[in-house]
Write a protein that binds this ligand. Structure first.
Ligand code: AMP
Length: 347
């Protein structure tokens, strides 16, 4: 059977786990990263280091692969577009362009009648003053923020300080009175062709994902809505590959989409051990046009993110046969950096 060579832009833990899944089904991968120490180089068949806007590097990458995917959404649209002229990029660059901006992402969701938290665009302090109805709220940069980076929590209008850098564009989101957070990971193979994982329950600490588990403890009504919305999003985007929809459930059991990740997602790491086909393998299968295999849960599971210097403890720990430790092999231990994860399955 045809086995293309897949280019992956980005060599962090997601690129590493994608490359690892590809290897298991006989797909060669080439990772392109602007970090010479990217952990992905330990997992891919080959590795190219260079800046994403260096045309010589991009040409070398394009010439060594049959098609291209990416592990993170913050790649400039112009670069993805240029690559796409020579080798197919999946998910499509236009999808990434829409989702990488929190404003266009939320506009898209509301256009297809999916509920998000209330929000508005903010470009200066006066606009902030005019939107007191969205406070308490979170002021987030429209692009490039993740894991709480580029975010200001505004509890009271009087709390506002002058630290906000208005050279950037922002979105102000009303704070949701959170009961629970869940996510749905879904892989779309083509028109109305999906493989989907059941909703995953997530706990964040300091805006960073700490734990995920299946099954999520949610009502049937919420489960059904989350699954239907995720399917609608993937279909409306004409998406190919794995995406993740992150949801908020408030104290009154209202469901909101927080954001869409146009890629495999940290909350889906447990699928490596809980399901017959992981989110990574499904992504590879979808973008490479391979067979779609019915995805089934084998075990309930919990995943714990290992952050910063917690990794030293986990590297020494002895594991039981239902515990699976993943070390991302990152060169430097940094505060708040995701260094690995542990999945515990319920046998
Ligand atoms: P984000 O970077 O938008 O994914 O936000 C990271 C985390 O911050 C979320 O998973 C929530 O725990 C929290 N958060 C973000 N936006 C809101 C909001 N509007 N209301 C309540 N919590 C939020």
């Amino acid at each position: 059977m045809y086995r293309p060579t897949l280019g992956i832009i980005g060599g962090g833990q997601l690129g590493s786990l994608l490359a690892d899944a590809a290897k298991k089904i006989g797909i060669k991968t080439v990772i392109l990263s602007d970090d010479i120490n990217a952990p992905g180089k330990n997992f891919s068949s080959s590795f190219i280091y260079g800046n994403y806007d260096d045309q010589v590097i991009i040409d070398e990458f394009i010439n060594s692969v049959d098609l291209v995917t990416y592990e993170f959404e913050n790649i400039p649209f112009s670069i993805l577009k240029k690559i796409d002229e020579k080798k197919t990029v999946l998910p499509k660059p236009e999808v990434n362009n829409l989702i990488q901006n929190r404003l266009t992402e939320k506009d898209f969701l509301n256009k297809i009648n999916i509920q998000t938290t209330k929000y508005t665009s903010i470009n200066n302090i006066d606009e902030l003053k005019e939107n007191k109805n969205l406070i308490p709220g979170l002021l987030k940069t429209t692009t490039l923020g993740y894991d709480g980076k580029g975010q200001y929590k505004i509890n009271k209008f009087e709390d506002l300080n002058n630290n906000i850098n208005f050279n950037k564009k922002y979105i102000l989101e009303k704070l949701v009175n959170l009961k629970k957070e869940i996510s749905v990971v879904i892989t779309r193979f083509g028109h109305q062709k999906f493989e989907m994982y059941e909703p995953i329950e997530n706990v964040h600490e300091d805006q960073i994902l700490k734990h995920s588990k299946v099954p999520a403890e949610i009502s049937e009504k919420i489960r059904e809505k989350a699954v239907n919305w995720s399917t609608l999003i993937a279909e409306e985007l004409d998406y190919i590959g794995t995406l993740c929809v992150e949801f908020f459930i408030d104290k009154n059991d209202n469901l909101y989409v927080n954001e869409i990740a146009p890629r495999v997602h940290n909350s889906g790491h447990l699928t490596i051990n809980s399901h017959n086909i992981s989110q990574f393998e499904n992504h590879i299968r979808a973008v490479c046009g391979l067979e779609k295999i019915q995805t089934k849960k084998m075990f309930n599971a919990k995943m714990i993110n290992i952050i910063g210097d917690e990794i030293s403890f986990y590297r020494k720990k002895i594991y039981k046969n239902n515990e699976f430790f993943f070390d991302y092999l990152k060169k430097d231990i940094k505060n708040k950096r995701k260094m690995g994860h542990l999945t515990i399955i319920n046998k």
